[in-house]
Design a protein around this ligand. Structure first.
Ligand SMILES: Nc1ncnc2c1ncn2[C@@H]1O[C@H](COP(=O)(O)OP(=O)(O)OP(=O)(O)O)[C@@H](O)[C@H]1O
Length: 250
């Protein structure tokens, strides 16, 4: 029997309201536990692809299955459950800067609670313990009570990773998570993602602009150009010149 995939795109197209083609005839299957890196020029459709997985963007046609569930027309509770299963981290971290690291991490519990409870800061002791554990996974436990804006960019991104851990995600999507970081912090963030992938079996999908990092961290690399998948190889078959070709073509 074929292993059950965790993400599956079948003939997916996305045309934005202004007529821009975001995705064109995407067929892609991701297995549980893969560390998939998506590369391509700016505007190639990497973010669109990623945001179709958690339905921040709805495809215009085709089918997207996440953990066996068709997600393209989910609403309400079912959509919230999808977004609980699929954690996301962003280039600009999306933390609430003027509050503590602990509160930011705890807010990852939001999909489990009615909003009023999280607004009133009514977290349980068990939640607070889980938040401390999540921060410990990214080696930032000592920053628990600091304000988020007192941390470096790399540390803020790792707090964002700890926040997604509160959701107990099966998948983490990372949309250019290291674009604004220096090389050393970049490595800390990528190492955290790799650790969660290897130790917890979380499927990771990362959009990256860096060819060396893609080569170092991916199990598999897919390349996009003008909304289409133009490359899909396991890491042992990827060459640097393949990737350079994806970046050089216009
Ligand atoms: N909300 C939107 N409305 C209209 N067009 C959009 C929208 N979002 C993205 N696009 C367009 O869709 C195409 C794909 O964009 P997308 O952001 O997915 O590319 P990307 O590969 O992630 O680029 P980058 O590396 O710069 O983030 C681009 O032409 C972009 O301008």
């Amino acid at each position: 029997m074929e292993a059950k995939s965790i993400i599956e795109f079948k003939d997916v197209n996305k045309i934005y309201d202004n007529g821009t083609v975001g995705l064109k005839d995407i067929n892609l299957t991701v297995q549980p536990g893969e560390f998939l890196v998506v590369v391509g020029l700016s505007g190639a459709g990497k973010s669109t692809l990623m945001r179709t997985i958690n339905q921040m963007h709805r495809p215009s046609s085709g089918s997207v299955l996440v953990d066996g569930v068709e997600v393209t027309d989910l609403k309400g509770r079912a959509l919230r459950e999808l977004r609980r299963k699929v954690g996301m981290i962003f280039q600009n971290f999306n933390l609430v800067k003027r509050t503590t690291v602990e509160h930011n991490v705890l807010s990852g519990k939001i999909s489990y609670y009615p909003t009023w409870k999280s607004l009133l800061n009514l977290y349980t002791k068990a939640d607070k313990l889980q938040a401390a554990e999540a921060l410990d996974r990214v080696n930032l436990l000592e920053k628990l009570y600091m304000r988020a804006d007192q941390l470096s960019g790399g540390q803020q991104q790792r707090v964002a990773i700890a926040r997604t851990l509160m959701q107990d995600p099966k998948i983490i999507l990372a949309d250019e998570p290291i674009a604004s970081l220096d090389p050393l912090t970049t490595r800390a963030v990528m190492n955290d993602l790799k650790k969660l992938n290897q130790e917890d079996g979380i499927t990771v999908v990362v959009n990256l602009h860096s060819v060396p990092l893609a080569l170092e961290y991916a199990d598999r690399i897919v390349g996009m150009r003008a909304g289409q998948l133009v490359y899909d190889e396991p890491i042992n078959r990827v060459t640097e010149s393949d990737l350079n070709a994806i970046y050089q073509s216009v």
